[in-house]
Design a protein around this ligand. Structure first.
Ligand SMILES: [Mn+2]
Length: 329
């Protein structure tokens, strides 16, 4: 998507709606849920009825995101209108990323797509898609500005969480001067950045250490992969999480340990879900495009951070991934 976003059109749609239904991608991260709850709380200051959801069953906010304000506006997908009058999709690169709510998006009277994934082909009637945006939170902030709704601390906290998450706490190259300016604007509402980093990154139950140890002990380095730039990978199995009943999102941060490896341009963590299927988180440093191989395996994401799902053996998935990674462009 390269056409310039029709902000005025979106404002008109949202201003004229009696009910606005928001949805973000399944298994939401801080940018998806934060952007959605920020926009939901902003719209709720108007007279419109606001519903927000994501298409997971069971419908549960990931434990690590429960500090985000605005959860009172969440509605389970089963109670979501089948044909929303106006619907907004946030941080979903394609309609199937909405999971159970993809059908509702298809049936929506008007669908606005707010997203920053380069692979987003624009599945809405109105597409506010900007791949240069460091986070969907950047676009959500712009929409709230255009709607002329002031930032409350609760809205700012949600946006800040999304910005922190998608910029790797302002460590990635996406942390432009504009990103820092937005961070400054959000912090100037009086929110505490320490709360966001502590909740997102600096806490876990004691049992997490055992799970992390098991995953790191299994880490394997393939120096020849990624065209000789190296690949490091490991798994987080159901058995690793079982002793302390840790949920899948406890495995999310394992990739941040793995990707430190100097000898590897690419890092992959394969996480086994409770139903025995797997999700792969893939990261690269500065050279490898991981979004293309992930897309070839049915997933997607960004150039330096992407993922895919599979069922079957981790070894077979890694073999398939390496083949796609080394495929000449
Ligand atoms: Mn995002």
């Amino acid at each position: 998507m390269t056409t310039s976003p029709d902000w005025a059109g979106a404002v008109k749609m949202l201003d004229g709606a009696d009910q606005v239904c928001l949805a973000c991608h399944v298994r939401p991260d801080a940018d998806a849920l934060g952007s959605m709850l920020a926009l939901a709380q902003a719209l709720a200051t108007r007279s419109a009825v606001v519903l927000a959801s994501f298409g997971d069953e069971p419908f549960e906010v990931p434990a690590v995101l429960r500090f985000l304000p605005g959860a009172g506006l969440l509605t389970p997908p089963a109670e979501y209108p089948a044909q929303p009058e106006v619907m907004v999709s946030l941080d979903a690169s394609s309609i199937d990323r909405l999971g159970r709510l993809a059908a509702n998006a298809t049936a929506a009277g008007q669908l606005i797509v707010l997203d920053h994934h380069a692979s987003n082909a624009g599945f809405g009637a109105l597409n506010l898609v900007d791949p240069r945006a460091a986070a969907t939170a950047v676009l959500a902030r712009e929409l709230i500005r255009r709607l002329d709704i002031p930032l409350s601390q609760d809205i700012a906290l949600c946006l800040y969480a999304g910005l922190v998450a998608d910029t790797g706490s302002f460590r990635f190259s996406s942390s432009t001067p504009q990103v820092h300016q937005l961070a400054a604007e959000l912090l100037s509402t009086g929110i505490d950045p320490g709360v966001v980093s502590r909740e997102l990154y600096d806490r876990a139950p004691f049992a997490y250490l055992g799970m992390l140890a098991a995953a790191l002990r299994r880490a394997a380095l393939d120096r020849g992969a990624a065209n000789g730039r190296g690949l490091v990978w490991t798994t987080v199995t159901r058995a690793d999480r079982a002793p302390a009943c840790l949920t899948m999102d406890a495995a999310e941060s394992v990739i941040d340990q793995l990707r430190r490896t100097d000898e590897a341009e690419v890092a992959i963590v394969l996480k086994e879900a409770d139903d025995g299927t797997w999700q792969a988180s893939v990261r690269s440093k500065e050279l490898a495009d991981v979004s293309t191989p992930c897309a070839a395996l049915g997933g997607g994401g960004h150039v330096r951070a992407a993922g895919f799902a599979f069922s079957g053996s981790p070894d077979a998935a890694i073999t398939a991934f390496k083949r796609e990674l080394d495929r000449p462009a």
